[in-house]
Design a binder for this molecule. Structure first.
Ligand SMILES: N[C@@H](CCC(=O)N[C@@H](CS)C(=O)NCC(=O)O)C(=O)O
Length: 216
């Protein structure tokens, strides 16, 4: 019996499928070869039990025995301590990986999420707000392009920082936002051609298709 449980929604609309953040966790678990199972929480209602695990009523969260951990970055770092496939074990490599985990979330995703929201709402015309948001993301991508042009992965070997950064950039690529950044795009391509990503992605799509069938 496995003690690692990833909780995600029981159902989501079609648009976010393949991008729900439990994928980051399942991808990492597969990279590490750690057994786990997926449980669900209602999408339609956010009950007290959900808030007890995730204070913003979001997903994912991970249960590891008696511990419950929320925030995809925190979960990935937790898992990193269980597998050298996820975090290098030398101090320099480990610190670099942790720095890139935080950079993916706090320097790149901080710019990419508002940028993506403009795209989801189709509001990418001439407004000052869009122009500012786009410029913010471009400034991050320009720097990242230089970094990714010089190495295959962010911190030496593939690690949780690459899971996060590739997942963040994958959403930008969905709206063709990496067209001017060939190194970023090639990096995403390398990451998402890994068997662990392909399996985690296929399982997320299948999970929500099964949910559609049980609602029909
Ligand atoms: N910072 C959180 C973000 C979690 C998040 O945005 N989850 C989305 C699914 S990918 C969600 O639950 N959205 C529904 C909502 O915010 O109500 C993390 O990385 O875990």
């Amino acid at each position: 019996m496995t003690d690692l449980i990833v909780t995600t929604y029981d159902w989501v609309p079609k648009v976010p499928r393949g991008y729900v953040r439990d994928l980051r966790i399942c991808w990492a678990l597969k990279e590490a070869g750690l057994p786990y199972r997926v449980e669900t929480t209602p999408f339609a209602t956010r009950e007290a039990d959900h808030l007890a695990h995730q204070p913003f009523a979001q997903v994912p969260w991970l249960t590891d025995g008696d511990m419950s951990i929320f925030e995809s970055g925190a979960i990935l770092l937790h898992l990193g301590h269980r597998s050298d496939n996820l975090l290098p074990d030398d101090p320099q490599g480990r610190n670099a990986a942790i720095a890139w985990v935080i950079a993916a979330l706090n320097s790149v995703e901080m710019a990419s999420v508002p940028w993506s929201l403009f795209h989801f709402s189709g509001d990418v015309g001439e407004s000052a707000a869009w122009t500012r948001t786009d410029a913010f993301l471009q400034s991050r991508l320009q720097r990242l392009e230089t970094v990714l042009a010089t190495g295959q992965w962010l911190a030496g070997p593939f690690c949780v920082a690459d899971i996060l950064m590739a997942d963040v950039l994958r959403l930008v690529d969905r709206f063709d936002g990496l067209a001017a950044y060939p190194a970023c795009r090639a990096y995403v391509g390398r990451a998402i051609s890994r068997p662990a990503f392909l399996k985690a992605h296929a399982e997320q799509i299948a999970h929500y298709e099964a949910a559609d069938r049980s609602r029909a």
